[in-house]
Design a protein around this ligand. Structure first.
Ligand code: SF4
Ligand code: SF4
Length: 911
């Protein structure tokens, strides 16, 4: 056994008034050193509870009720033995593991074959070894009782009690070390070759040492995981002090004094910690880390905050990183940055990763092995290629089938929902949703069968060796066919939506300039009858604002929106209200967009009342709508919290349909849903479009979904449309560099896909208060156009422009850069020697910092001159020097979208 982390027979439950919620129900999982293991499944499958259990972070009313969590780490074992008096377990880890696993099976009511013989064998082995607590006698007693037919639950309980008494302690070591320790040798004098720590039995003080020290964790939402009142540097330092700089023994007076000393004068220790903090921030790609250690979380962008979380998790160089949906809250571009970062750091630090995610694309790209969870159990496990190319459990197969891909005309969702974890179905928990269920699936233990090549560990918990996939998903399939698209129903011209910023008192006196947020800035767009126009772009690009402005829910500041031949801006309030009947919106989060005090039926009926429709037979009309969106009549009286996410979204759609609209703006309607439920809603939207001749503006950041559902796609960046094309055309031949970067960042749900030439954009979307001049993408564009007469390759030119941007923003701290380059050269001299500095002896640190390779002579001379100005605090001259030589057409001239079939607002594609 070489696994670093091992979970065996883990059961975690939450007490509720209705009974115990079995969130994790007897799983076995291992992570080897250096390995990345993915844990996937729908919401409610138990993934995150597994992660929290592994860190021993389950709080009331939750409890780990059974099973073991162990970490294999000799150094950790040695230090815990040193620190905690009664930590040593006087028995080998393998034996305790075997007894505990057998006991777990028995307690669950199973009677494994040969259990008596196994117990006797273990007892015999113990006789030959030391057996300080006479465990052998208990094992023989259990074997006899089993042979006599005693209930397995009772025997299992007796075994657990015997183990508890005998294996007091939580650190296991190899036989030689154990013998010496038991002889009374001090732990510091014993060489420990193998050590295993039982996290489940360790006292809280020891677990705190392990958590954040040996195991790091990244959570989903960086804003809620960081303390807003503490600087990011201090948050990383806190973890370092606790785990690496002697702060862990808070109870020891000597350590208390050690901790205080640096703060009351001798700064040595703290300086060391802060140097390490800077190093960590650099490692996770925070520029000028030294300058930013004193910033607060709100001063960082979303992507940067997630990097800070990675830095905190890795500050103590953990052997294991548990990443719980680390990129779910991020855009695809930032997701690509963070996954790339975790991958690089994993290689540098040699750690293992347990990656918890519902995104199968992320799993395919990052993991070596995958475990698929359903209703608290692992139902399939194997190497990533096997799971994706030979899925052998019906759940895994149907989950993969529900992902939108380019070749699927229609998606095949998994019908139904994850079962109630209090009242799980007998036999296979997936049976109520499984198309291949048989009578034998409905009771008893389901076997864990081996699949794939013999030398590969690929198991699935299902009665079938194989199942017939050919018939799956063919039912109800209708050829999508070409949509019968008509004339433009919505015509948007020059639409702007600005929000005025509140001026501060100083601004009011001296004049604050134009502080308006230019959320939408000059959009021209047509949406044609019966088509679906996808609108994509990162968060902060103005997609949702554009959707609301088109519907005049939040009327535009400027420009026109013509709907069915009528200018909405020219209508009175009451005329607009009447018109709005024909234009509806479906929102992203059905939980927050539905009134929690209204039942599904009341919610759907509300617009009928507002618009005075279907008087006298409103209830019937609501039932018709419920049927149209796949809700049952019985759900009429249910409140939002009594419905699943998919059902709530159906209510939102039925509500929008109630007034019989022609046009629907769907704002991220499936983003909050699991892939299986997402497929149900996408199919529903497609069916409703066909049935009622609807026109959709479909706003989404998930490009695979957009590709599947849209006839045409418009790409938005910082308030402007930068490209519009038919869907196939856009995905096959994207023109705008932003579209190309977005498409290249989509994770491929295929581990064999080649993603080597992926474009990873730097940074985030700039602020819409002061967007870059002319081409707004120019501050991130990998293809920004150099002046005709300049001899420079694209990559170096991009680097010059990044340097110019920093200079113009006044965002360069020369001291911080010098120290950063020094720290880097100390830790990796070879890497530094490769940089651009080798080519020059002027300003080597600055060249090293800003450039990854040597610049051509002319360009280098100009950059060197600007560095000189900068060092002499002549920022204006530094800027002017650079502008003279490096100014790009992209910053001088605004690229226009143009009138062609497939227009792109980029000078590389000027008409
Ligand atoms: S055991 Fe039966 S119900 Fe469960 S996944 Fe297999 S076929 Fe389906
Ligand atoms: S105009 Fe220039 S900066 Fe803008 S996208 Fe095109 S190449 Fe890039």
């Amino acid at each position: 056994m070489t696994d670093l982390l091992s979970l065996s027979n883990l059961r975690t439950q939450f007490k509720t008034e209705r009974g115990a919620v079995k969130a994790v129900d007897g799983i076995d999982l291992t992570v080897e050193p250096g390995e990345t293991v993915g844990l996937v499944g729908e919401s409610g499958s138990g993934k995150s509870v597994t992660a929290l259990s592994a860190m021993d972070l389950i709080d009331d009313p939750g409890e780990i009720v059974d099973g073991r969590i162990t970490l294999r780490d000799a150094a950790l074992a040695a230090s815990l033995l040193d620190e905690f008096g009664n930590a040593l377990v006087p028995y080998p880890s393998g034996l305790v593991e075997a007894v505990s696993s057998l006991g777990g099976d028995l307690r669950a009511g199973n009677r494994p074959r040969n259990a008596s013989a196994e117990l006797r064998g273990m007892a015999d082995d113990l006789d030959r070894d030391a057996d300080p607590a006479d465990l052998a006698a208990d094992l023989r007693d259990a074997a006899d009782r089993l042979a006599e037919g005693a209930p397995p639950e009772d025997v299992g309980g007796a075994l657990a009690a015997a183990l508890d008494d005998a294996a007091d302690g939580f650190v296991y070591v190899d036989d030689d070390a154990r013998a010496r320790l038991r002889d009374g040798t001090a732990p510091s004098d014993v060489e420990i070759r193998e050590g295993v720590v039982d996290v489940t039995s360790a006292p809280e003080a020891a677990v705190r040492r392990i958590r954040g020290g040996e195991m790091g964790m990244i959570f989903q939402d960086p804003m809620t995981s960081l303390n807003p009142a503490v600087t990011v540097g201090e948050q990383i330092a806190e973890s370092l002090r606790l785990h690496r700089y002697g702060g862990q023994k808070k109870d020891s007076w000597l350590n208390g004094i050690r901790e205080i000393l640096p703060k009351i004068g001798g700064r040595k220790g703290d300086e060391e910690v802060m140097d390490e903090v800077v190093r960590m921030l650099q490692a996770v790609g925070i520029p000028e880390a030294k300058q930013r250690v004193n910033d607060y979380p709100h001063e960082f962008s979303g992507g940067m905050r997630q990097r800070v979380l990675v830095a905190i998790a890795l500050a103590c160089r953990p052997n294991l990183l548990i990443a719980d949906e680390p990129t779910t809250a991020l855009d695809v571009t930032i997701q690509a940055q963070i996954l790339d970062l975790i991958d690089d750091l994993q290689e540098d630090f040699g750690m293992s990763v347990l990656m918890i995610t519902h995104d199968l694309g992320v799993v395919a790209e990052t993991c070596d092995r995958v475990a698929v969870m359903y209703a608290g159990e692992i139902v399939e496990e194997g190497p990533v290629e096997e799971i994706f190319h030979n899925p052998s459990h019906p759940y895994t197969y149907t989950l993969l089938e529900s992902i939108p891909t380019e070749d699927k005309e229609r998606l095949t969702p998994i019908e139904g929902n994850v079962p109630d974890l209090i009242d799980l179905p007998e036999g296979c928990h997936f049976a109520p949703r499984c198309p291949w269920a048989e009578d034998r699936c409905l009771e008893g233990e389901i076997p864990d069968l081996q699949h794939g090549p013999e030398d590969v560990d690929h198991r699935a918990k299902c009665v079938h060796e194989s199942f017939d996939k050919a018939a799956y998903g063919t039912e109800g399939v209708e050829a999508g066919g070409e949509a019968d698209v008509g004339d433009p129903l919505v015509e948007v011209r020059g639409m702007r939506k600005y929000y005025q910023q509140e001026d501060g008192p100083l601004d009011r006196v001296v004049g604050g300039g134009d502080r308006s947020v230019k959320a939408v800035d000059g959009v021209d767009l047509d949406v044609r009858e019966r088509e679906t126009l996808g609108l994509v772009g990162e968060s902060g690009c103005g997609k949702s604002t554009a959707g609301r402005a088109i519907l005049h829910l939040d009327p535009p500041t400027d420009g026109t929106v013509v709907f069915a031949g009528e200018d909405l801006g020219s209508l009175s309030k009451s005329e607009l209200r009447k018109r709005r009947k024909e234009m509806q919106m479906v929102f992203q989060d059905p939980m927050s967009s539905l009134d929690p005090r209204m039942t599904a039926g009341q919610t759907i009926m509300e617009p009928l009342k507002i618009h005075g429709l279907a008087e006298g037979h409103r209830r019937e009309r609501v039932f018709e709508l419920m049927e149209a969106v796949g809700l049952e009549r019985a759900q009429y009286g249910r409140y939002p919290h009594e419905l699943s996410g998919g059902q709530r979204q159906r209510v939102g759609i039925a509500r929008a349909l109630a007034v019989d609209p022609d046009f629907i703006v769907a704002d991220e309607p499936v983003s909050a849903l699991d892939v299986s439920v997402q497929a149900q809603i996408i199919n529903l939207l497609e069916d409703l479009q066909e049935e009622f001749g609807l026109t959709y503006l479909f706003i989404a950041h998930d490009l695979s979904v957009v590709r599947h559902i849209s006839d045409r796609v418009a790409v938005m960046y910082l308030g402007e449309i930068v490209e519009v094309a038919d869907t196939d055309d856009l995905f096959e031949t994207p023109k705008h560099p932003y579209t190309r970067a977005l498409l290249s960042a989509i994770p491929e749900p295929d581990p064999l896909a080649d993603t080597g030439d992926r474009t990873i954009l730097r940074g985030d979307v700039p602020s819409p208060i002061d967007p870059p001049s002319n081409c707004r993408f120019r501050t991130r564009c990998p293809s920004i156009i150099p002046p005709d007469d300049l001899d420079i390759d694209q990559e170096r030119y991009r680097e010059v422009m990044f340097y110019r941007q920093r200079l113009e923003a006044g965002d360069i701290d020369l001291d911080a850069i010098e120290s950063e380059v020094r720290i880097e050269s100390e830790s990796s001299p070879a890497a530094v020697a490769d940089g651009g500095a080798a080519a020059t002896d002027e300003h080597p640190a600055l060249f090293e910092y800003f450039f990854d390779g040597p610049l051509p002579e002319e360009a280098r001379a100009v950059v060197a001159e600007s560095f000189e100005h900068l060092k002499n605090d002549r920022w204006d001259r530094a800027e002017a020097t650079l502008r003279e030589t490096f100014e790009s057409v992209c910053e001088r001239e605004h690229p226009r979208l143009g009138e062609r079939d497939h227009p792109a607002a980029c000078h590389l594609h000027d008409e």
